[in-house]
Design a binder for this molecule. Structure first.
Ligand SMILES: [Zn+2]
Length: 259
């Protein structure tokens, strides 16, 4: 058994007993890790016992047993570096951050490191203190799909392979892995209609940065498209999808089109 030290962000937390927590941490160099933090909520005379909070960033020490990756690791030390207080003051920002954490938790594997994605998630949490939260979330989700190798192909039709660069109406299909043109669309069952401008905004997101000139309509439609694609990929809607949609003025999620 060896002790590992890494930087980590809390993706999920579950109170396990009076004094313990089970955590899903996204670590920078060891990917997602599930661990138990025994006694973490035990307070002292001067400090209240609250444990480790969702979306905290810190340095973690945990025991790792090679060959026993399916067993919960044991958290031995947690030093908080940042708890992003702006997320706790504003519900849309909080939900945007939680949506990002939930998507990361579903779409990355345990023990599969993605340092660039970790850095992007850290940027998202910091940047959410200002600007349009959905614009920052769009850029993060696009980075997430790129990093895990599931980025949809949006430059050409997945069926007839023609370029769709100048099309105004385009369809996206998760099962086809990208765009479907108007001509091929009738034959594809699982799809969502969108506009060329939305795809162009999305593909221009090469980094998680705050853009003060983000076009609100494209930002919202891009989120709906990403949420659709992630729902189809994961196989169910994310828990945070509906609360985030209602807070940001988006209509309820349409029922998937199945024939
Ligand atoms: Zn086509």
């Amino acid at each position: 058994m060896s002790i590992v030290r890494d930087e980590a962000i809390v993706l999920r937390r579950l109170d396990y007993s009076e004094s313990s927590q089970v955590l899903a941490l996204f670590t920078r160099d060891h990917g997602q890790q599930r661990m138990i933090a025994k006694g973490i909520k035990r307070g002292t005379k001067t400090r209240a016992a609250t444990g480790i909070d969702l979306l905290e960033l810190g340095v973690v020490m945990f025991s790792s047993r090679p060959g026993k990756e399916d067993v919960l690791a044991a958290l031995t030390e947690w030093r908080q570096e940042e708890n992003f207080p702006h997320l706790r003051r504003d519900l849309p920002r909080c939900y945007a951050a939680q949506y990002a954490a939930e998507a990361t938790s579903h779409l990355t594997e345990v023990h599969d490191p993605h340092p660039a994605l970790f850095d992007a998630l850290k940027s998202l949490l910091a940047l959410l203190d200002a600007g349009d939260p959905l614009a920052i979330l769009d850029a993060y989700l696009w980075t997430l799909l790129t990093e895990i190798g599931l980025r949809p192909e949006l430059g050409r039709c997945m069926n007839c392979t023609r370029s769709i660069a100048d099309d105004t109406v385009i369809y996206l299909s998760a099962r086809q892995g990208g765009a479907i043109c108007r001509d091929c669309e009738p034959a594809v069952i699982e799809k969502r209609r969108t506009r060329g401008d939305v795809l162009r905004w999305l593909t221009s997101q090469t980094d998680v940065v705050r853009r003060d000139d983000a076009p609100p309509r494209e930002v919202k439609e891009a989120f709906e498209l990403l949420d659709y694609y992630i729902t189809e990929t994961v196989g169910k809607p994310l828990r945070l999808a509906d609360p985030l949609r209602s807070l940001t003025g988006l209509p309820r999620r349409p029922q998937p089109r199945r024939h």
